[in-house]
Each structure stands twice: as structure tokens, then as C-alpha cells.
Design a protein around this ligand. Sequence first.
Ligand SMILES: Cc1cc2nc3c(=O)[nH]c(=O)nc-3n(C[C@H](O)[C@H](O)[C@H](O)COP(=O)(O)O)c2cc1C
Length: 191
Amino acid sequence: MNLLVLLGSPRKGGNSETLAKKVAKAVEQSGGTVEYRRLNDLSLRPCQACGGCEKTGKCVIKDDMTEIYEAVDAADRILLVSPVYFYALSAQCKICGDRFQARWSRKYLQKERFRQGEGRKGYLLSTSATKGPKIFDCSILTARYIFDAMDVQYGGEFLVKGVDNRKAVLGFPEEMAKAEQFGMDMVAGRA
Ligand SMILES: Cc1cc2nc3c(=O)[nH]c(=O)nc-3n(C[C@H](O)[C@H](O)[C@H](O)COP(=O)(O)O)c2cc1C
């Protein structure tokens, strides 16, 4: 099983990335492979709503999204990693997600399905500073829709509230352990 981790925080080594690495460690220890893409380091133009993908299912913009499309197509599992920014995904994740409009076109306009029956899955990992009951609602909905466009089944989410400073999550060893368990569940097909 190969896992693609899309890191969506601009903060290197922050809470979401620290948890994602725990998930990934469990995958690697179970014999899987892990690839990372740090969205903030890539040159990604927002979707221009040009309609260019409507007939081909392919985006006409030539930028670093090309390597994201290829990595997503090759992955068995995809972990979208985002802090909550204003009750939503980070802009880095949203720009990347919007560019999957091309895959939405492939699936719903060209009616082309991709790697069907292989059990590919996508997950959201997110962290927030506050603890409101709806803090992850928007991000979950958006992530679900992005994975649907990728033609990947939504596998669920791993969420941690109440972590703000860069390494705050290290003060919650139980959450770190749960992240590792999440990775093991992914490999075992329980998540
Ligand atoms: C621009 C910005 C917007 C944020 N908006 C929210 C928010 O709406 N609600 C919240 O609880 N935390 C918010 N936060 C805090 C982050 O979600 C929190 O610190 C998170 O753990 C950061 O993850 P990271 O360390 O992986 O970047 C915001 C932080 C930034 C920089």
C-alpha cells in the first residue's frame, strides 16, 4: 500500500504535520510506503474556471499541479493534512482541491472512472486551536467532495482540537498514539 500525504500547512513541523508523520510511521512500519508533497512549496495557480477540462478531463494550466495529479493517481491511500483556517481548509489545500475540478470533469462529464474496485481511499487529518463543536464541519465536507472528484472513497478523518502553538500537539501523547493507531487502521483496512 502506498500513502500519499498532502501537507497543507505553511508551518513546517507544526501540529498537523507532526500528527501526519505519526500516521505515516505506522504505515511504513506495516510495510507500506509513504510519499509527501508540501503544497506550500509548490507553485499552484487557483482554478480559473475556464472550462478547459470539460471536454478532456485534463487541466490546461501547466504548473506543479501536474505532479500532484500524477501522485494522486498513483496512490492507494491519500491523506489530506490541513490546519483549520477560518473554519475551513487552508488556502493551500483549497487551491489544490479546486484544481481537482478537472478530475470532477473526468468522472462526471466524460463519465470515465479511475482505478475502480481497488479500494482506494482518502482521509482528512486536521487540527484547530479552538474546540467548537462545528470546528471541522466545513473542512470535512470540502475534503469529502475533493476525494469524490478524485474518484477515491472517503475513509474518514483524524481530528485534534485545542492545539495552537507549533508543537502543541506534542503535549498530548494520547493524540499522538491515536494518530499512530489511525495509520495502523488504514493499513489493516479498518479505516
Ligand atoms: C490564518 C489562520 C487562521 C486560523 N483559523 C482558525 C479557526 O478558524 N479556528 C481555530 O480553531 N483555529 C484557527 N487557526 C489555528 C490553527 O488551526 C491551529 O494553530 C492549528 O493547529 C495549526 O496547525 P499547523 O501547526 O499544522 O499549522 C488559524 C490559524 C491561522 C494561521
